[in-house]
Design a protein around this ligand. Structure first.
Ligand SMILES: [Zn+2]
Length: 260
C-alpha cells in the first residue's frame, strides 16, 4: 500500500489569512506552514499505522517550499519544488490512494476561508462539464486518471462538505468552522492533528469501496475570469477557445491532464 498526502496551506486549523492580503503575505503564513506540516505528518503517521509501505508528502501550496521537512515522520518521502511533468509527483498507477490535507473550498463558496480555485485574483469560477469545481475535484481527477482514489480530506467545514459531494464515502476531518474569507472558529491545532491521525486510519479498510474520481472526457471547461482582458487573452491564447460572454471562455480538453 502506497499513498500520497497532498498538502495545501489555507485549510489547516488556526489559519484564516488576513484582509487585503493573500495567505502568502499574511502574518498567518508562518503558522500555516507549521500547522500544515503537523497535519501532513499526522496523516502520514496514520497511514503507516494502517499498514502503508510508502507515503509521499507532496508540498503543493504556492511555490511548493512550505513545510518543515525535518519535522515530518522520517518514514515519509517528500515531493517539493515546481515544474514537475505531472501533478502528484512520484505517484503511479500502483498507488492505493491520495489524501488531501489543508485543502480549501472552491471559488464561489459563501464564507469559505480563503476559498479559491488556483488563483483568487484571476478566476470567479471554473466549470468542468457544466459543474463548478475547485482544487479538490481537479486534483482528485488528476489522481483518478491514474486510477488512484481520494480517500481522505482535511479542510474547513465548507471544504469537507465539498469533498463529500465529489468523493462519496471518504473520511474527512473538519479543521475549523469557516465564517468568512478571513474568519473562522478553529479547532485547537493539536486536536485537529489528533483527529487526522485517528480518522485517516479508518479510510484504509474502505479502500476497495472507493472509486477513482474522473470527469467524462473529452471535457468541456468553462472559466469565468475576474477581469475582461484576462478573458480576452485566454480566448485568443488557446486553439478552439470560444468567448461565450465578455468574462467567460469555453474550451475542450482531451483529458484533465491537458489543464496543466
Ligand atoms: Zn494554497
Amino acid at each position: 500500500m502506497r499513498f500520497v498526502v497532498a498538502v495545501d496551506c489555507e485549510g489547516v486549523a488556526g489559519v484564516v489569512g488576513s484582509p487585503g492580503a493573500s495567505l502568502n503575505s499574511s502574518r498567518n503564513l508562518e503558522f500555516a506552514k507549521l500547522q500544515a506540516t503537523r497535519e501532513a505528518d499526522a496523516a502520514a503517521r496514520g497511514l503507516f499505522e494502517a499498514g502503508a509501505e510508502q507515503v509521499i508528502v507532496w508540498d503543493n501550496h504556492n511555490g511548493s517550499l512550505n513545510l518543515h521537512y525535518d519535522m515530518l515522520d522520517e518514514r515519509c518521502d517528500i515531493a517539493l519544488g515546481v515544474n514537475f511533468e505531472h501533478r502528484f509527483p512520484g505517484m503511479d498507477e500502483g498507488f492505493s490512494g491520495v489524501a488531501l490535507v489543508g485543502y480549501h473550498a472552491m471559488d464561489n463558496t459563501i464564507d469559505g476561508v480563503i476559498c479559491h480555485t488556483f488563483s483568487s485574483a484571476t478566476y470567479q469560477w471554473i466549470k468542468m462539464n457544466g459543474q463548478e469545481v475547485g482544487e479538490m475535484a481537479v486534483d482528485g481527477a488528476m489522481a483518478g486518471e491514474r486510477g488512484v482514489p481520494v480517500i481522505f480530506v482535511a479542510s474547513d467545514d465548507k471544504g469537507t462538505a465539498e469533498a463529500k459531494r465529489f468523493f462519496p464515502g471518504i473520511e474527512t476531518v473538519t479543521t475549523k468552522q469557516a465564517m468568512g474569507w478571513n474568519a473562522a472558529v478553529s479547532k485547537h491545532p493539536k486536536r485537529a492533528v489528533n483527529e487526522i491521525y485517528e480518522t485517516i486510519q479508518q479510510a484504509v479498510p474502505k479502500l476497495d469501496m472507493l472509486k477513482p474520481f474522473t470527469f467524462a472526457s473529452p471535457l468541456e471547461m468553462e472559466v469565468r475570469f475576474k477581469r475582461i482582458e484576462a478573458a480576452q487573452a485566454a480566448s485568443r491564447g488557446y486553439k478552439g477557445a470560444e468567448r461565450i460572454d465578455p468574462y467567460t471562455v469555453r474550451r475542450t480538453l482531451e483529458s484533465i491532464s491537458d489543464y496543466y
